[in-house]
Design a protein around this ligand. Structure first.
Ligand code: ADE
Length: 259
């Protein structure tokens, strides 16, 4: 997968793309990431990338020329037409399905705007507009990093364990259940017995049930669209009954108290 990030702040990216899983993915040549400085495509002695809005108003607007010409350059560099996504709070909400969809693109261009806004004609370049949430960031760079990170995890071979992206929260429409590692007991907090038994089938069922419980408690609306098997529905029923009983007992799984 080839990813090009068009930005006025290429210096923001190295700490993120040269660390951890994204770094390894590049070393394994599973992804190639390039930042493209929009200022390199600006014109004039001052390399101006923004200008006052037509019709007046506050703030500056990103000019169309540097962005169009940067996308032209990427097309030439690749010799193909890449898929272009524009980061904007007005875009389609980013989620795991969209991350999977973007991970399937052979070539991806992420346009990170900055300044108060960008010239409307820049939207014509994009196949898709993406928002990472209902808030406004100072620029699209952080949004591009989020989209890049979440999407790369779905590129085959990027995660060590080939199944682990599929076990994540949201990948099957449910939140991931609790996970534990050693020690089996810490400050009186115990790992659930079942996980210590080595009974793999029971452990799988317990994990599924706890994923359902967590989803029910934290994001119940996800259960309406999740793919639930007949067995999942039985587990859900059990969880609902257990939670009702817990509530009746006033057992709300208190927080660990530090001294
Ligand atoms: N640029 C500024 N805010 C953004 C957001 N919430 N999502 C995507 N791009 C943005």
């Amino acid at each position: 997968m080839d990813v090009y990030i068009l930005t006025l702040f290429p210096g923001m990216f190295p700490p993120v793309v040269n660390a951890s899983i994204i770094k390894r993915a590049q070393e394994q040549d599973l992804v190639r990431i390039r930042t493209v400085d929009l200022r390199d495509f600006a014109r004039g002695a001052h390399k101006t990338v923004d200008d006052y809005p037509y019709g007046g108003g506050p703030g500056m607007v990103l000019k169309p020329e540097p962005v169009f010409e940067a996308v032209d350059w990427v097309r030439q560099d690749l010799g193909r037409n890449p898929f272009v996504a524009l980061l904007t709070p007005q875009g389609q909400s980013f989620n795991a399905d969209l991350a999977k969809e973007l991970a399937e693109k052979a070539d991806l261009v992420l346009i990170a705007g900055h300044y108060e806004g960008f010239d409307e004609r820049i939207r014509c370049l994009a196949h898709m507009e993406v928002s990472i949430g209902d808030y406004v960031l100072t620029g699209g760079e952080l949004a591009a990093m989020v989209v890049l990170d979440a999407s790369i995890r779905f590129v085959p071979g990027v995660l060590g364990d080939k199944d682990s992206a599929l076990q994540d929260s949201f990948s099957d429409g449910l939140l991931e259940g609790p996970q534990y590692t050693r020690p089996a007991e810490y400050r009186g907090l115990k790992v659930p017995e079942i996980l210590l038994t080595g009974r793999h089938e029971d452990i799988s069922r317990w994990r599924r049930k706890e994923a359902i419980r967590r989803t029910l408690k934290r994001r119940p609306e996800l259960l309406e669209t999740a793919c639930l098997t007949f067995e999942d529905r039985c587990l859900l029923e059990q969880v609902i009954n257990e939670e009702k009983a817990n509530e009746a007992r006033g057992d709300n799984c208190g927080h660990y108290q530090t001294n």
